[in-house]
Design a protein around this ligand. Structure first.
Ligand code: AMP
Length: 119
C-alpha cells in the first residue's frame, strides 16, 4: 500500500502520531478532527496515500463508495442527530483554492446542534 513518510495522516495511519479513533478496517481509518468546527467532527481517510480528491480515478470507486456508505452509521454513532431535523455535512476540501491543508485525501463529517465554529 502506498504511503508517504512525510505525510501526517500516513503517520496517524501507521500509529506514529496518536489519534482519537472512531473506526478502522483494512482500507480506512476514521478519527476525530483535532480542531473540531462542530460538536461532531471526524475525518475519514483511506490508509493508502491518495493526495487529494483531484487524484481520484475509477480505480478508487469501490474504496470511496465503501467510505461514503459508512458515513450514516458513524455519524449516528458519534452523536449526529437523526435526519431530517439533525443530519451532517460531508466535505472533501481539494487543493489550495478548495481549502485543503493536509495532502492526504480525507472526508470531513460534521454534525450536531448549531451554531458551529465554521461552515
Ligand atoms: P483540510 O483543510 O481539509 O486539509 O483539513 C485538515 C484537517 O485536519 C483540519 O480540520 C485539521 O484540524 C485536521 N488535523 C490536522 N492534524 C490533525 C491531527 N494530528 N489529528 C486530527 N486532525 C488533524
Amino acid at each position: 500500500m502506498h504511503s508517504d513518510p512525510n505525510c501526517i495522516f500516513c503517520k496517524i495511519v501507521a500509529g506514529q502520531i496518536p489519534s482519537r479513533k472512531v473506526f478502522e478496517n483494512d482500507e480506512m481509518l476514521v478519527f476525530h478532527d483535532v480542531k473540531p468546527w462542530a460538536p461532531v467532527h471526524f475525518l475519514m481517510v483511506p490508509k493508502e496515500h491518495i493526495p487529494s480528491m483531484a487524484s481520484v480515478t475509477e480505480e478508487h470507486a469501490g474504496l470511496l463508495g465503501r467510505m461514503m456508505a459508512m458515513v450514516p452509521r458513524l455519524a449516528a454513532q458519534e452523536g449526529c442527530n437523526p435526519y431530517p431535523e439533525g443530519g451532517f455535512r460531508v466535505v472533501a476540501n481539494t487543493g489550495a483554492e478548495g481549502g485543503q491543508e493536509v495532502h492526504h485525501l480525507h472526508i470531513h463529517v460534521m454534525g450536531g446542534p448549531r451554531p458551529w465554529l465554521k461552515g
